[in-house]
Ligand binder design. Structure first.
Ligand code: SAM
Length: 188
């Protein structure tokens, strides 16, 4: 009878997230690539991930709502985007990831139509950590994205050369037009 190799148990995604969060380390399997001058950099998968897998932590300094408001007053707009507000144990908190520290989570871009990951809060040693988990199977070469939330982020509201502004609802059907415009005109 042929010997069967015992299958290695899959580490539970939340346990893996807690492990990497406690080490303040990103797991392997990703690379940062420059996309273009509009979107900047993005995080791309270098291997297969399964739906539900832990991907990366949105690492940074956890600050109170009060401190978040203070920093909003002094930060340049380009830094404010790295402040992620969330609720934890009944409190309004924020992860400030403005500092370029080489971590991956802060470089994951927004995708509100078809994101492949979702941000969840996990508790490690009583402290909150924001972690991205795969919403679907992810192949090598795919960009990791998540929905930044309901807000009129400037890149979601496309203004065409003739000044036409597309609402978010109309925008879905206009996505392909936009991408044509974007790929052929803006990036040339
Ligand atoms: C948290 S940072 C993400 C990393 C950023 N791309 C970089 O290179 O530093 C958020 C910024 O990325 C850009 N961004 C994120 N998602 C985008 C999208 N879907 N389209 C265009 N720009 C996007 C915007 O400039 C936004 O202010």
């Amino acid at each position: 009878m042929a010997a069967t190799r015992p299958r290695r148990a899959r580490i539970k995604p939340k346990e893996e997230a807690a492990y990497f969060s406690s080490l303040c380390k990103d797991k392997n399997g990703f690379e940062v690539k420059y996309i273009n001058s509009f979107k900047g950099r993005g995080v791309f998968s270098c291997c297969h991930f399964q739906q539900g897998d832990f991907l990366v932590e949105y690492r940074g300094e956890v600050i109170t709502h009060h401190e978040h408001e203070n920093r909003q007053r002094v930060y340049h707009d380009a830094l404010k985007i790295f402040m992620f507000e969330f609720r934890f144990d009944g409190k309004q908190l924020c992860v400030d990831a403005a500092k370029e520290d080489g971590s991956l989570g802060r470089l994951v871009n927004d995708e509100h139509v078809n994101p492949n990951s979702k941000m969840k809060t996990i508790k490690v040693d009583g402290k909150p950590h924001l972690c991205l988990f795969a919403l679907k199977d992810i192949s090598p070469g795919e960009e990791i994205t998540y929905n930044y939330g309901d807000f009129d982020w400037p890149w979601r509201c496309k203004v065409f050369t003739n000044g036409t502004k597309f609402s978010q609802k109309k925008q879905h059907s206009c996505m392909s037009v936009y991408y044509y415009y974007y790929n052929t005109i803006l990036t040339k």
